[in-house]
Design a binder for this molecule. Structure first.
Ligand code: IMP
Length: 430
């Protein structure tokens, strides 16, 4: 059953790319697939001392330098071709060549059009901004959901594009001009952009369902790379401070046409502490100087927007919620950035309480979350520098005890990897 999933169950930025990069060392992995989200993601790897960040393109593209490996941007994704081609240029500058041999873009992926961007930027520059990554992710998914989207495959025929944009452009312009008082986008502008995209994107387009299922039927491993995170899921996250896609494995089947039957490993990547960018609740937020120390040491600034991330203690209320929904024999945990916490007085949040009463499950509404107070308790610590450590026995007792404690809410998930630095090889594999 050769599907492996790598995903972040918390607020993102847990270090998925490093784990994906490590797993693609296995020559049986033939494809790395992004099945949801867009270039709101920021996945960073450090390979031979060089920092490489990808946004819309799967992290596996870096390994394709060393051996044949297909990166797939599947139909569940939203794609802004202008930005994808800019990303390809940036990768080229770092020595990573992206070609139709190593990147497949689904003909079913949803396109982010200039009127989506205009709507997003108008909202994000106003007082009622949502503090998004400003990539028009929700506009693109939203238009698609009310049957007014444009698919990457539509670019093949300019007449289809003209037809597909007619209604949504009129709607978008009504909002752009009447709600935001800004200049409207013309049909000619949109068509000129589509023409420019068409020439570049056609060689990359294909049907990923066919390709991926053929791989699976011949025993090859397909690695599915989650983006954003579990607590940013449009339904299971903290609405409305979520992203617009479904980020849990339940969305894989519709996102890339691969059945859950194939799942062999479901690797949940969490940091040894938590962080969050953008608006929204972080009940176990660290409110003293320790947050600054962790932010600086862990370089907790958004890969996509550069915004400082808020820092929190490991949150068992969320951990138990994640475990409740995720538990299967396939579940594993990878804990990253343990090295960042050396020498710090640590705490964990063992749950939330309202009026002194613990609550049974992670709240659904913001109104309930507003009343929640974290229950904090001291956690084991250690003083020894563990940067770059690659064997478990070398970890100080305090670090081992801390890991055991923070993994405890994720019942049935086996701890399988521990990150001890940003580099490709700074990893303990159990
Ligand atoms: P959007 O996905 O750009 O619409 O942003 C919605 C919310 O999700 C904002 O709070 C973003 O900061 C957050 N967000 C989106 N993508 C990511 C990600 O990849 N990592 C962490 N936060 C993200």
């Amino acid at each position: 059953m050769p599907v492996w999933i790598v995903r972040d169950p918390l607020f993102g930025d847990g270090g998925k790319a490093k784990i994906v990069d490590f797993l693609t060392e296995d020559p049986r992995v033939s494809a790395v697939v992004r099945w949801q989200g867009g270039d709101n993601a920021g996945h960073t790897m450090v390979v031979n001392g060089q920092k490489i960040a990808v946004h819309a393109i799967p992290s596996g593209v870096v390994r394709a330098k060393e051996r044949p490996l297909l990166s797939v941007m599947a139909r569940g994704m939203v794609i802004n071709p202008t930005r994808v081609f800019r990303e390809i240029e940036k990768l080229k500058e770092k020595g990573v060549e992206v070609t139709p041999e190593n990147l497949l873009i689904s003909e079913g992926a949803k396109l982010t059009m200039s009127y989506h961007m205009a709507l997003e930027l108008a909202r994000e520059s106003g007082v009622r901004k949502k503090d998004t990554t400003a990539r028009a992710i929700s506009q693109t998914y939203g238009f698609h959901r009310f049957y007014q989207g444009v698919l990457a495959g539509d670019l093949r025929d300019p007449d289809v594009v003209r037809e597909r944009i007619r209604d949504p452009l009129a709607w978008a312009n009504a909002i752009i001009s009447q709600v935001y008082g800004q200049e409207m986008i013309t049909e000619d502008q949109v068509m000129a952009e589509a023409k420019e995209w068409r020439e570049k994107i056609l060689p990359f387009l294909g049907n990923e369902i066919l390709v991926l299922n053929q791989m699976l039927r011949t025993g090859q491993i397909v690695l599915l790379e989650g983006a954003q995170s579990g607590m940013l899921d449009a339904d299971l996250g903290i609405y409305p401070n979520t992203t617009a896609s479904n980020t849990w494995p339940g969305s894989i089947q519709s996102g890339c046409g691969v059945s859950s039957h194939w799942i062999e490993r479901d690797i949940l990547v969490i940091k040894a502490y938590i962080s969050r960018v953008g608006q929204g609740h972080l009940v176990a937020e660290i409110l003293d100087q320790r947050a600054n120390i962790i932010r600086e040491r862990g370089q907790e600034y958004g890969t996509t927007t550069g915004r400082p991330r808020r820092i929190g203690w490991p949150d068992f209320q969320i951990g138990r919620y994640v475990a409740l929904i995720s538990t299967s024999q396939a579940s594993e945990l990878a804990v990253t950035k343990v090295d960042v916490l050396t020498g710090i007085d640590l705490e964990v949040c063992t749950g939330y309480q309202i009026n002194g009463q613990p609550i049974p499950i992670f709240p659904t509404t913001v109104a309930e979350l507003n009343q929640c107070q974290p229950i904090l308790t001291k956690a084991p610590t250690w003083q020894e520098d563990i940067t770059g450590l690659t064997n478990f026995r070398g970890l100080p007792r305090g670090a081992k005890d801390y890991l055991e404690l923070i993994c405890s809410p994720y019942r049935y998930c086996r701890l399988s990897m521990i990150g001890t630095g940003p580099g490709r090889e700074e990893l303990i594999v159990l």
